[in-house]
Design a protein around this ligand. Structure first.
Ligand code: G1P
Length: 285
């Protein structure tokens, strides 16, 4: 059983300045819900109940969000607005939240390594909250990945096909297809140029990692951008054993960019309109 989900959330979110000057980028809302709450909900749906969050300076709002606000609760108690806090209350009751800080930004690999104290010696998930994922036709992305993990018991990365002129933004993988949408990785490059990319299969912010990854990160030299890259540690893991890329079912919005963020907002707005119409139809029946 995978119980823990790690959320690297120490990054500055410079693409959203000035909004992120005093506010964590993970707290930017799509509709009325912060990005990180969508992530926690996805992890809970996949059976996880310990949320391990890597924070940094200026990120206290995340801790406050996953806590009770007595003053606020008291204010809206018994009013028609009380239902607005129902979802977040339910989440808080279902999960334990643990935190540690990444003092210096040394890359995603380093952020994950900092989570070792919160994870211990068991397989765990990693979720990057600015990749907002949803699957209106069934299980969430992490649930799908847990199923793959239960069968293969190795690290899994979620991938999607992207146009070649976009590969430089991602970790890119190549491998042999071993089942529909499942690839045994034999090559992996962090943010390659289009003509150096091994394929157009891009890693998106969902991983399931086996705990030997921590020792591999320790041995990983700084890579692209002078940072410790999880992609490089995973390549080492793939060489030693097996790492699988999983082409997930559903949608993913890059909420680390303005375009993706606006697309996500439009999408969730349309979804909520559809749900409201359904509710009104039900009531009038
Ligand atoms: C990170 C990873 C990259 C991955 C991406 C997914 O990059 O390093 O391999 O494809 O997340 O969102 P970042 O977007 O943090 O630069």
């Amino acid at each position: 059983m995978i119980k823990r989900c790690l959320f690297p959330a120490a990054g500055y979110g410079t693409r959203f300045l000035p909004a992120t000057k005093a506010m964590p980028k993970e707290m930017l809302p799509v509709m009325a819900k912060p990005l990180i709450q969508y992530g926690v909900e996805e992890a809970v749906e996949a059976g996880m109940n310990i949320m391990a969050i890597i924070t940094g300076r200026g990120k206290r709002a995340i801790e406050d969000h996953f806590d009770v606000s007595f003053e606020l609760e008291h204010q809206i108690y018994g009013t028609p607005k009380e239902y607005l806090l129902q979802e977040i209350r339910a989440l808080i009751n279902q999960c334990t939240f643990t935190y540690t800080r990444q003092i210096e930004m040394k890359g995603l690999g380093d952020a994950i390594y900092k989570g070792r104290v919160l994870i211990g010696d068991e397989p765990f998930a990693v979720l990057l909250a600015d990749d907002l994922c949803t699957n209106e036709d069934g299980d969430g992305i992490l649930s799908q990945m847990v199923r793959v993990f239960n069968k293969y018991r190795c690290s899994i990365v979620a991938v999607q096909e992207v146009p070649m002129d976009q590969v430089h933004k991602y970790g890119v993988v190549a491998g042999k297809e071993i089942d529909e949408g499942l690839y045994m990785i034999d090559n992996m490059v962090e943010k390659p140029k289009a003509d150096e990319a091994p394929s157009n299969l891009a890693i998106i912010g969902r991983y399931i990692l086996t705990p030997d990854i921590f020792e591999l990160i320790e041995q990983t030299e700084p890579g692209k951008g002078g940072e410790i890259q999880i992609t490089d540690a995973l390549m080492a893991q793939a060489k030693k054993g097996m790492v699988i890329a999983y082409k997930f079912k559903g949608k993913r919005f890059d909420c680390g960019s303005i375009d993706g963020f606006v697309e996500a907002t439009n999408y969730f707005y349309e979804q909520s309109k559809k749900q409201n119409t359904k509710k009104t139809e039900k009531k009038s029946q």
